[in-house]
Structures are given as C-alpha cells and as structure tokens.
Design a protein around this ligand. Structure first.
Ligand SMILES: [Cu+2]
Length: 651
C-alpha cells in the first residue's frame, strides 16, 4: 500500500496509516496467540524523538513514521503494547508494507476503559435478576428506564480485586431516553463488575434512599419560554481569516505552530515559535494536557471511589466531540478532523474535532494624553485553537490562545452535568450541596496537569522561582514600604517540586541562561498561575498515591521521550506512585539542559444550585508570558484599528 507522505513528522496518523498498522498487527503471530475478545484501546502516532524532528526542520530528513497501539485481550486479561513501523517516503522502505517492530505483552497494567466494555457492563448489570430485585425494593420496575454508570474502579488495596479489570456500577433512573442522565440517582446500590469475564462479582445494597423526583432536562422544551431579546451578532472576516494553514502547520501574524491530536491527550500543540524582527524564535516544543483527575470528597460507599483520571482512564482525545459552527465556535472557522481507531482497529474520523479562529478580546494597549486628548489605542486579537471532550457527565473544553504580545494562554472550560447522589427528604448532605429536592452534588476537585516542553530560544533551559519579600525595617527602609522580588535557580528535580504561595507571590520563570536580553538578564517566559487549589484528600488516601502529581503545582524534569503522562502510562486501577513521583526520585539535574515543566492546577468545586441541571462554564488555566524575551512591547507594530479616528490614533 502506498501512503500519502506526511507534511510534518508530528502529523497524526491518517486513516490509511491506521488501516496499515492494524493490518500489520492482525498479521503478527503474537496477535494470533491472543483471544477472540481482543480490542484496540488506542492507536496513535509514535512521535519521533525531538532531535529527529528538529533535524527534519533543518535538513528535511523525514524521520520514519511509526504507530503505537495498546490492545486489551479480555480473554487473558493482558495488555499488548505494539509498535508498528510504517515506513516513510524519504527512507529506503518508502511505500513498503507496515510491519510490527516491537510487541510487549503485559499482565501488570490496565489500559484505559473502552466505551464498548462500559456499555457491556451496563447491559450486564441492568439485566441481572439480583440487581433488578434490589431496584424493585426501590419501587423501580421498568428496567428499560435504568441507566448504569460504570466508573473506573480505582485501587483501594482490596485483596479480592487484585489483578482483575473492574468497574463499579451505580444506577440512575431515566424515565424517557431524553431525560437528564443524572437527575434521578438510585443511591445506596452498587455492583462490582469484572470487565474481562463480564461477570458481576458483588452487589452491595447499603439501604434504600428515595429517588429524587424532579426532572433535570435542559433542552428548549424543558424551559417555559426562551428569551426573545437576543439581537443578531455576526462575526465576519470579508477577506477571510488572518491565518494560513499548510497541512497541520499554522501561521498567524508572528506565530507559527503545529496542531496535533492523539487518543489520550487530545489536542497537542508543537513547535510554537514567534517571528521577532525577522528571526524565528522557539518558545514551546510541545504542549499538551498530560493528565487530569477529579477526586470526590464524599466518604459513603457509593461515592468514595470516584476519582476519575480522565485522560489515563478514559482518553481525552477519543472522547472529543465534533464541533458545530455558530455553537461551539463563532466566526471564520478552520476545522481540523481527528482520526482515531475504534475497538476493532477501524479508523474513525471525528469531524471538526478541533476548531481554530480569531477572536477580538478588547483593548491590547492604550494611552490617551490627558492634556490634549490625543493618543493611541490598539485592539487585541487572539488565535484560538480548541477542542471539547464529553467524558461521562462532564464536558471539558481545552482552549489554547496565542496573543499578539507574545502571551500563550491555556484555558479549560468545565461544563456538563454534575455527578449526583440522593439524600432522604429533609437531609442536608455533609459532603455535598443540595441542588434539587433530594439531589446531592458531592464536593469535588478537578486537577489538571499540563506537560510543557519549553524551548525558550533553544533547547537548554532552566527554571527559576521568583518570590517577593518585604525589606526588614531599618535605615534602608525608613518608611516600611519597601519590598522586592528575589529569585533562585533550581538545579535538581526534587527541589523543583513546588506549591504556590500567596504570601510570597511565588511564580516560576523558564529561562535560557545562554541567551541574554540586551539589558543583561537571560531571556525568559513566566508561568503565570491562574486559579488553583491544593488537594483535600488525605496524603494517605488512594487518590493521593494514584495521582501523586496533584501534590505539587510545579514539577520540572529533564526531557525524556517516554515520560509523557503525569500519573504514568497506566493509571487505571494502578496502586499508585507512578509518573512524576517515580521519575523524579532520581533527582536528575535540570539546570541548563533540555527540560520539561509540568504544571498542576486545580478547580475546587463546591456545587451551587445554579450548576444544575447543566453547569454554566467555569474556567481555569494559566499563561506563559514573555519576560525579557522581547526588547520591549512586541505588539507596538499592531496597526490602529480605525486609522483616522480621534482617540484611536493621533496624526
Ligand atoms: Cu466540578
């Protein structure tokens, strides 16, 4: 089979490449040794090492294309890690058949959950006579109106769960198929399912709680009257958008970058650079969401296990939804499709999975002279690259913004439906908020970790902590007003495991010690924190081990291609300790070398009645801002928006 040459070595696998890789895997002898119930969990580009990609940019030498697949053999309960060489047009094997180059069989890990097995678990529990009997005790007799949510089981060290692939299944009532999935939790009842054998291992009934009666629908028919005072708002760019797209490489004003996508992380931006006075300067080699986790704070038997590790347990990319013009994104949109593999290995295209457009975000900079009323005003434009994933009850939007002043911003939009439980009439939940009669939204947190492989003006970088202290009172500070910023450079991994500290206005700057600003300091970018919190689960809790990355806001590691996910490659049912805590134990040097910055940020969610029946978007994120990277404000060259308007531009 001949395959179209990729435009860029980081381009996601094409449908043809997925088909070729799956063909090679199916033809391998190792595949024939697996059982009939074998499924493709993920199948993605195996990214070439950074040096190979940088060499390609310099010399045009195309690195070989490779695919990496994770398969789950339900019959043996084993995971198969397969690497496939796809060949590339530039190498000697151009156009050759794809072939398996590595096959590792593992019986010590659980890959992320496939939609297929979660639906199988739902059918199993729904039709189980013992479970139906327990539902009957709660007045539920129409079992077609029952929805079963299969949650990742976590790992609580129960000896009878060791080595099994499990889901904890809880029921909801859904009187009609269009109902809100989570308005009517049937609390107190839980089934433990072996997903490999498709068997119910246990059904635990912790007592009947009345099912909350109120519907929670939010489609137009559920609203008494829709507003009729929304004036039309159209965003048009008569000459087309201001960006150019070649394959997956985007150029917009001074920015250039590559837009990628994979099953686990979803949107990936690579090779972000900025054209500064004719020089293309590198900033970020690669940026992606490395992991996320939602720990719930309710200790009851039907909620304590809720610690959704959504990237490593479900896959942010494979959960991406198609985006709709005028709904998800507004304006002159350029979409990118995403292609992933389904459980049988067939390529599936998620149309319009990524949306890119320009947005006006108000004033960029301004000064009006008070003496004569003359001055200059510029409007700010940003490039938005985004995707949305629906993972269980939550919908997460992942938004990258590139701005004209050299700022890179990342924002996650949290929306969708709350995870719910039930309480008896008159009871106020201790670990949650009453959001409708009898309906409990349990307290929880959302932690995200972003892997930032920064290459500020080159590969060798370092991280400095910056904090502010008041000067001591004395002759040098006679008025007591003095305070100043201090900084120190991290030399090894362990000292770079840091938490934010409001009292010292702590933040971190990524510097290139080898490139100086004209004023003397190393060029740098500042990681500007946004909203954040710390975990409230005890340090001994399972979640604190299984997602150790949430214990620190900052981690810095030396670049290692295999270190990709903050909670490790296989967090599903993992006992804990993997990922960042494991890698950094070696305390490797991180000063003036190729480093990766991992930033954890958390949204603390004490639910409100206004979050029901669907949550207005909450946002959380951070910025990367140039600090002594440019000579001065790099956006001085943005032209006046209205050339001759008084107060906009003095002539
Ligand atoms: Cu939440």
């Amino acid at each position: 089979m001949t395959m179209e040459p990729p435009v860029h070595p980081l381009d996601p696998l094409t449908a043809e490449e997925i088909t070729a890789a799956v063909g090679a895997i199916r033809a391998a002898p190792e595949f024939r040794e697996c059982g009939d119930r074998i499924r493709f969990v993920t199948l993605d580009l195996r990214e070439p090492p950074k040096q190979a990609v940088l060499a390609w940019a310099r010399t045009g030498a195309v690195p070989p294309r490779e695919a990496e697949a994770v398969l789950l053999d339900h019959d043996s309960g084993t995971t198969q890690e397969v690497t496939v060489a796809l060949g590339s047009p530039g190498d000697a094997r151009g156009g050759a058949e794809a072939r398996v180059s590595a096959w590792v069989r593992r019986d010590d890990v659980q890959p992320l959950a496939t939609v297929t097995e979660l639906m199988e678990a739902e059918e199993l529990v729904k039709h189980d006579p013992v479970f139906q009997q327990a539902l009957g005790l709660r007045g539920v007799t129409d079992f077609d109106a029952v929805q079963i949510d299969a949650w990742p089981a976590g790992n609580f060290g129960y000896p009878d769960e060791a080595g099994l692939r499990l889901a904890r299944c809880i029921p909801f009532l859904r009187p009609t198929p269009d109902d809100n999935d989570w308005a009517h939790p049937v609390d107190g009842l839980i089934a433990l399912v072996d997903l490999n054998r498709l068997e119910i291992l246990r059904i635990d009934d912790h007592g009947v709680v009345p099912v909350p009666p109120e519907p929670g629908n939010f489609d137009p028919s559920a609203v008494p009257a829709l507003r009729d005072d929304i004036a039309p708002l159209e965003i048009t760019q008569p000459d087309g958008p201001g960006f150019t797209v070649e394959g997956n490489v985007v150029t917009w004003q001074r920015w250039r970058l590559h837009v990628g996508f994979n099953s686990r992380e979803g949107l990936v931006l690579s090779q972000i650079s900025y054209q500064d006075q004719g020089r293309e300067r590198s900033i970020l080699y690669r940026a992606s969401l490395s992991e996320m986790i939602v720990p719930y704070g309710d200790p009851s038997p039907t909620h304590y296990f809720k610690n959704a590790i959504d990237a490593g347990e479900n896959g942010v990319g494979i959960s991406a939804s198609p985006l709709t013009l005028g709904c998800d994104c507004l304006g002159e949109i350029r979409y990118f499709d995403a292609t992933v593999a389904d459980a049988d290995g067939a390529p599936v295209t998620i149309p319009n999975a990524i949306c890119m457009h320009e947005e006006d975000i108000g004033v960029l900079w301004r000064h009006i002279e008070w003496r004569n009323g003359k001055g200059e005003v510029r409007r700010s434009r940003r490039l938005v690259i985004s995707s949305f994933s629906a993972i269980g009850n939550y919908d997460y939007g992942f938004f990258w913004y590139l701005q004209q002043d050299g700022t890179i911003e990342y924002e996650i939009k949290l929306t969708g439906v709350l995870s719910t439980g039930a309480v008896a009439p008159g009871v106020l939940p201790a670990h949650g908020t009453l959001i409708a009669p009898g309906l409990n939204a349990m307290i929880h947190q959302h932690f995200f970790n972003v892997r930032l492989d920064l290459d500020i003006d080159g590969i060798d970088n370092a991280v400095e902590e910056v904090w502010t202290e008041s000067d001591p009172p004395g002759p040098g500070n006679p008025h007591g007003n003095a305070f100043r910023a201090h900084r120190r450079r991290f030399s090894h991994e362990l000292e770079a495991q840091r938490r934010l500290d409001l009292a010292s206005a702590r933040w971190w700057e990524i510097v290139n010690p080898n490139v100086r600003h004209r004023l003397g300091a190393p060029v740098s970018y500042r990681l500007v924190p946004g909203e954040n919190t710390v975990p409230f689960a005890s340090p001994d809790a399972a979640v604190s081990h299984r997602a150790g990355f949430i214990g620190r806001h900052l981690w810095v590691t030396p670049y290692a291609p295999a270190e990709r996910y903050a909670a490790g490659d296989y967090p599903n049912q993992h006992a804990g300790g993997s990922g960042l805590p494991e890698w950094t134990r070696a305390d490797r040097p991180i000063d003036n070398t190729d480093i990766v910055v991992w930033y954890t940020f958390g949204h603390h969610h004490v639910a409100r009645p206004e979050d029901w029946p669907v949550m207005p978007v909450a946002t959380i994120g951070f910025m990367l801002k140039p600090v002594g990277f440019f000579e001065r404000n790099p956006a001085l060259d943005v032209p006046p928006p209205v050339p001759h308007a008084p107060g906009c531009h003095a002539e």
